[in-house]
Design a protein around this ligand. Structure first.
Ligand code: NDP
Length: 293
């Protein structure tokens, strides 16, 4: 069948939106949620509520999870792990990549297939063209279920290593959360001088969009990063570092928090002190990577 039955476990905002989308695509859906009341509206729309995790697992070959973290999966499925053999678990919850790899090994020990997912958007975007979802795990298993998963969002399959989906998700969220914090910091900097947040916030949001455009300078920056090549004709680390210093001194003078600008300035200081200030700002990559050692 093109619309096989699906068991869906976890009815937070994301799970609810996904179930609606999958029902709309014609899949028979069996639900389970720790708080059963959250299933009521979806049952009214055609889903079936299982009485127990065991009944939910038995209902479908494909089991999709949308839970707070991977511990919630163990809390729900460990008691029924002997019933997982031959089924496929697709976990769309967020967690550390290593936790997701260990979960895949756990599922395999019980004879189940395991695909990890990273959902790149909030609940209102589920099922829209703007939504995409990272997946990783055994390719043939992903391909078997790709059509069932597609209504949730555009699938972006990354490879067999089950950690990849959450690694890509976290890398995206690293940019996202840093951008959110930087906009709030910049708003506070202006606000300390009497500028209402309402006046500057929209301009800073615009800056986030423009930053993306400025980072795409027509060169293959990603390839340059891999090759350790940092041509600095347009924006040197020394020039950008001076600006980082101005942001820090202005933040101190304003009496606002300095954690973020101090971190930024320390990246530029590392490059400049190592004699690499004339290279592009991208040379920071070498010093950020180094901190891993
Ligand atoms: P919530 O945390 O609001 O809901 C998660 C679900 O997990 C609920 O069904 C909850 O059950 C269940 N749950 C949590 N702990 C346990 C447990 N110990 N045992 C059994 N069930 C448990 O999450 P969201 O719907 O917001 O998000 C789901 C996942 O999607 C998360 O991993 C999140 O990081 C990710 N995500 C969320 C986005 C968003 O905008 N919200 C965007 C992209 C990804 P109960 O109803 O009983 O509380």
């Amino acid at each position: 069948a093109t619309t096989p039955s699906i068991t869906f476990i976890g009815l937070g905002p994301m799970g609810q939106a996904m179930v609606r989308t999958l029902l709309g695509a014609g899949h028979p859906i069996t639900l389970w949620n720790r708080t059963a009341a959250r299933a009521e509206p979806l049952v009214a729309e055609g889903a079936r509520l299982a009485d127990s995790p065991a009944e939910a697992v038995a209902a479908s070959d494909l089991i999709i999870l949308s839970l707070t973290d991977y511990q919630a999966m163990y809390d729900i499925l460990s008691p029924v792990e002997s019933q997982l053999a031959g089924r496929t678990i697709v976990n769309l919850s967020s967690d550390d990549p290593d936790v997701t790899r260990k979960a895949a090994a756990w599922a395999k020990r019980h004879g189940a297939n395991f695909i990890t997912g990273g959902v790149m958007g909030p609940a209102p975007m589920v099922g829209t063209d703007g939504m995409h979802v990272y997946y990783s795990g055994q390719k043939s298993v992903f391909e078997t279920h790709e059509a069932s998963l597609r209504p949730i969002g555009k699938p972006d399959y990354l490879g067999e290593d089950e950690g990849l989906a959450q690694l890509f998700y976290l890398a995206n969220l690293d940019v996202f959360l840093t951008s959110l914090a930087s906009v709030l910091h910049a708003t506070a900097l202006a606000n300390a001088a009497g500028v209402p947040a309402a006046r500057i916030y929209p301009r800073l949001v615009q800056m986030v969009t423009e930053t993306g455009q400025m980072m795409d300078v027509g060169e293959d920056v990603g390839k340059n990063l891999d090759e350790g090549h940092h041509p600095g004709e347009m924006a040197s680390a020394t020039m950008m570092g001076a600006t980082a210093d101005h942001i820090l001194t202005a933040s101190k003078a304003a009496g606002i928090d300095t954690v973020l600008p101090s971190a930024l300035k320390s990246y530029y200081d590392s490059a400049i002190n190592a004699g690499r200030g004339s290279e592009s700002w991208t040379v920071l990559y070498e010093f950020i990577k180094k901190s891993k050692a």
